[in-house]
Ligand binder design. Structure first.
Ligand code: NAP
Length: 248
């Protein structure tokens, strides 16, 4: 029996990177999984097919997490398709890196909308059903730079710091209703998001990571398995780092 046997998870941004690893690990642990993507239909279908080989139901939904209306429709559809959602993982995220003097209003707004407003959107539309079910686990994907800050990432760092404040507030607001809310702060994980970084930035990261290697998407997925499972039933309002001791 898996650690997430018969639980239902809704994961945003599951077509690639960390989200795709979470979808697959959750299915391996016995969870039924609904996940979203923004535009990569082919990749999303491939992830759904691979993950469903574990024997659970895995379904991909095209839905823009930054849209309040689309998030509402998505939550209704997933609840109709799966009957319940025990675990919500707000993972979808983007970067629009540039120095503050060059940052446009569009670059600021887009990152805040996709990374932070999405967390509000999904939590808002899923909470009522979790309250009715008398339980749930919400996992929000923040970042180590939400704690430390990073030059060239004022928009991204602000969105990820906002997620931490949101997470702690929700944990306090609904803790008495057996709903837990935690944030995960990955460090430097090998995905398409970090592939896109400048070589000099990557080198600088490597020298500053005490473990001297990048993390893998599964390193983050495994923490999510723990936070989604009953093994963490008394863990809420916490920020869990997966960063090779980067922020130590
Ligand atoms: P990634 O490889 O770029 O994948 C991003 C995922 O988010 C994709 O599935 C993408 O869908 C989806 N997405 C983007 N915009 C969306 C939207 N508006 N609505 C719904 N889905 C959307 O990123 P990653 O590296 O796996 O990162 C995943 C999360 O971890 C992000 O929140 C990121 O900030 C955080 N994180 C990553 C690192 C790292 O080192 N990689 C470190 C710290 C935190 P499409 O495929 O359709 O575009």
């Amino acid at each position: 029996m898996g650690l997430l046997q018969d639980k239902v998870a809704l994961i945003t941004g599951g077509s690639r990177g960390i989200g795709a690893a979470i979808v697959k690990r959750f299915a391996e642990e016995g969870a039924h999984v609904a996940f979203t993507y923004a535009s990569s239909s082919e990749k999303a279908n491939a992830v759904a097919e691979e993950a469903s080989a574990s024997g659970t139901t895995v379904k991909a939904y095209k839905s823009d997490a930054s849209s309040y209306e689309q998030a509402e429709d998505l939550c209704k559809t997933v609840l109709a398709d799966f009957g319940k959602v025990d675990i919500l993982i707000n993972n979808a995220g983007i970067t629009r890196d540039t120095l503050m003097l060059r940052m446009s209003e569009e670059q600021w707004d887009k990152v805040i909308e996709v990374n932070l407003k999405s967390v509000f959107n999904l939590t808002k539309h899923m909470l009522r059903s979790m309250l009715k079910n008398r339980g749930g686990s919400i996992i929000n994907m923040s970042s180590i730079v939400g704690v430390t800050g990073n030059a060239g990432q004022a928009n991204y760092s602000a969105s990820k710091a906002g997620i931490i404040g949101f997470t702690k507030s929700i944990a306090k607001e609904v803790g008495s209703r057996n709903i837990r809310c935690n944030a995960v702060t990955p460090g430097f994980i090998a995905t398409e998001m970090t592939d896109a970084l400048d070589e000099k930035v990557k080198e600088a990261y490597m020298t500053s990571i005490p473990m001297k290697k990048l993390g893998e998407a599964n390193d983050v997925a495994n923490i999510c398995v723990f936070l989604g499972s009953d093994m963490s039933k008394y863990v809420s309002g916490q920020v869990v780092s997966v960063c090779g001791a980067l922020n130590t």
